[in-house]
Design a protein around this ligand. Structure first.
Ligand code: HEM
Length: 483
């Protein structure tokens, strides 16, 4: 019997090996590892952990195998290989890691999350339902109403600025973005000092900060008890958000929605899908998680805008060029609107340049089957870190990559997006919100600089944290002077 088992194991190993040889797949190179932590120590000591990935890439090659604690990973460098993972073989690498933290943040099941779930027919449906709202087509009704919405919210936002005085901008920007999102997706608007609304915005911002952190416990689950208190707090915040969404956003629309009517907004699209029962099963409870994730997208835009202002406050020349473009295209008689985007490539270039310099990572992917990248074998279950920090910051790809130069995105006065610029990932798990980022940022930035110049507040320093979109709660105050 034992001999038979041994033979089966021998045969299995032999077959696997033969398969590798036949496919010509190589094992990726790997550095020497430590007991228990594996290669985790190699990620320390950098401003952004992704800088370690560039270093490993230079030392070992473009595909490097790492054991991070208990998790087998590969680091993928270079545009060609990253595209292979995202696009050519995107369907092999469309899962997300099983970090315990994700599970805890989404009521014990990461499949509830839009960004951290594995690929499934449900995820396809959730993405399909969203598309019409996150990527509104130019000249469509949805685009027109978003245009009006961004303009009016920007006007309200700017009306709260007291010229020359120090302004705590983050809460104002976040609330403005939240109202844009709530209006656009859910047809709801809140007074900017509504207590529950304000708390909801703060709660989302705290969670956004949390999900953007990396913890050793993601790789060494026995450290999870150290995160317990923090996760307990996050849980309380997610519950409070859920009750806000149920009481104040959805209200009784689920019960009252008539299946014969056309959906008027994203909530109704969801309600119609869930109630009609056509297509993959999507319980209303799961749909609510997706709704919350999308409403929470306002935190991403708000934090991004704060970082953008953090760059601009120290770049008077860039501000002047933005203002020159606004003056030439729009003047002062009317507000900047998102329909002006096509005629204002410099402002668009400024937004791209800030996104490039922030260099936030692509959400890690996981191989759902045995596969390969650049001829290197990738085993099913391996977590992939796609090093887009390198794509955004390498001096092989960009001239003076550390500098803020929006002109690098312009050619013949038109906006260009180089192929290696992949801040929103790619393929079937690409970012669902990038158009909203571009539209809302354009409207708010354009609106501000049409009327004001951004100046530093007294004793404030403006080192914009990179490698993540999130910005701590009380970061950056500004002063605004009328033009
Ligand atoms: C500057 C701001 C943002 C940046 C840099 C960014 C970047 C990214 C990246 C790199 C990914 C992973 C893509 C991949 O795996 O290929 C992603 C996923 C995602 N983003 Fe964004 N994002 C931003 C804002 C937003 C906003 C505002 C929303 C919501 C409206 C949003 C919704 C999503 C969703 C739902 C996913 C997960 C998609 C999936 O896994 O199927 N993002 N984002």
């Amino acid at each position: 019997m034992l001999a038979l088992v041994c033979y089966e194991i021998y045969k299995k190993n032999k077959d696997t090996k033969a398969l590798c040889v036949e496919d010509g797949l190589k094992e990726p190179p790997t550095p020497r590892k430590m007991p228990i932590i594996g290669h985790l120590h190699l990620l320390g000591g950098y401003e952004v952990p992704y800088q370690a990935f560039s270093f490993l890439g230079k030392k070992y090659g473009n595909v490097v195998k790492l054991q991070l604690g208990q998790v087998k990973c590969v680091v993928v460098n270079d545009q060609k290989n990253i595209r292979e993972a995202l696009v050519t073989k995107g369907h092999h690498f469309d899962s997300r890691p099983n970090f315990q933290r994700y599970k805890e943040l989404f009521s014990g099941n990461k499949e509830n999350s839009l960004a951290f779930c594995d690929w499934s027919e449900t995820q396809k449906t959730r993405r399909d339902l969203l598309k019409a709202y996150t990527f509104p087509r130019a000249f469509s009704n949805k685009f027109a109403s978003l245009e009006t919405l961004i303009s009016s919210s920007t006007r309200t936002l700017i009306s709260q600025i007291i010229p020359e005085k120090t302004v705590e901008l983050k809460p104002l920007i976040l609330r403005s973005c939240a109202n844009i999102f709530l209006n656009h997706f859910c047809s709801k608007n809140f007074e900017i000092d509504d207590e529950r609304f304000v708390r909801m915005v703060e709660d989302f911002d705290e969670i956004f900060y949390e999900v953007n952190q990396g913890y050793a416990a993601d790789f060494l689950p026995f450290l999870m008890p150290f995160l317990k208190k923090n996760l307990g707090r996050m849980n309380a915040l997610t519950h409070r958000i859920r009750s806000f969404v149920e009481d104040k956003v959805v209200e009784n629309r689920y019960e009252e929605f008539d299946l014969e009517t056309d959906p008027g907004d994203y909530i109704e699209s969801f309600i119609k899908y869930v109630k009609s029962g056509d297509g993959p099963e999507l319980p209303w409870d799961t749909a609510l998680f997706a709704l919350e994730d999308i409403i929470g997208g306002h935190s991403a835009v708000g934090n991004f805008l704060m970082k953008l202002f953090g760059f601009l406050v120290e770049l008077p020349d860039v501000q002047r060029k933005i203002q020159e473009e606004i003056d030439a295209v729009v003047g002062t008689a009317r507000d900047v609107t998102i329909a002006d985007r096509g005629s204002m490539p410099y402002v668009e270039g400024v937004i791209f340049e800030a996104i490039r310099l922030i260099a936030s990572p692509i959400v890690p992917r996981v191989a759902n089957q045995d596969s390969s990248i650049d001829g290197y074998k990738i085993e099913q279950g391996t977590v992939l870190f796609l090093n887009n920090y390198d794509l955004s910051m390498s001096d092989r790809l960009w001239d003076r990559p550390e500098e803020f130069l929006p002109e690098r995105f312009l050619k013949d006065n038109r906006l260009i997006k180089p192929d290696h610029f992949l801040p929103f990932g790619g393929g079937r798990r690409s970012c669902m919100g990038y158009k909203m980022v571009q539209l809302v940022s354009f409207g708010i930035l354009g609106g501000f600089l049409q009327k004001y110049t951004i100046l530093p507040a007294e004793n404030e320093s403006y080192k914009v944290p990179i490698g993540s979109l999130a910005l701590a709660k009380d970061t950056f105050k500004f002063r605004f002077v009328r033009r």
